[in-house]
Design a protein around this ligand. Sequence first.
Ligand SMILES: [Zn+2]
Length: 312
Amino acid sequence: MLKTLRTVVLAGLVSLSPLAAGAASTKKLNVVASFSIIADFARHVGGDRIDLRSLVGANGDPHVYEPRPADVRTIAAADIVLVNGLRFEGFLRRLIEASGTKAPVVELTKGVRPLKSTEQAHDRERSGHHHHHGDYDPHAWQAVPNARIYVKNIVDAFCSIDPPGCTTYETNAKAYDATLSVLDDEIRTTIARIPPHKRVVITAHDAFGYFAHEYGLTFLAPEGLSTDAEAPASDIASLIRQIKRDKVAAVFGENITDPRLVQRIAAETGSKIGGELYSDALSRPDGPAATYVDMMKHNASTIRKAIAPDVP
Ligand SMILES: [Zn+2]
């Protein structure tokens, strides 16, 4: 009985403290995220205590982003800058130098076990000589366990720069982490329903290495890890041969890539276009991937519906 009472009292304190802390500080933490997916993580952790801006917005491609003059001012005014790291944001170094910002720049992939880009690139036969030996695949958010690490890193970063808000950040993150844990289970269940021999799909660029590694699929992509170079014709030809030989179930467009390449591959191989996956950016608020959780659910269910439509 005593234990139950104490639990109730503690729960009451926890739910009150964010309000008290919020009232005590008037100035919000000025947070800049490099792209939309990181901004969504930051919003869940920071809640009302932060003002949040994303440099690359919905449906924007961080690989080839060209900063605007306004971005220099945004970074200059930041209290903290959240980035992916693993050399994902090629535009960032120039921008930070130009802004003269003293704000900490926090790489959220710290503590993630990075996948070597060669793990995927060498999975398939390729005739080109442009493998990025020694580079890591930066798309770590595409596995939910890694997203949970990003969130933990955001809490640590916010707590170090805004100690009075730490309880709020930890409370917010705990609730969000529970959501991510459920999401992770849902994706495993969805993919497990697909017969293993069917789990081979095509996307435009190699953004789904962590998804493949975590949940047990194979993704083939003509464009490689970045979207900044066109796929060589020889690579596309060899991919088309492989699709025909392996009877790949479906090809998918991506929200950040030109649809013509996958349309051509679908036409030449007779495979169907399974829909659009969200890789390196969220959709706009009225789209199917307005949040990270929605994005991951959308991708898993779109793949499942395309390659195993008979499976519930
Ligand atoms: Zn990418």
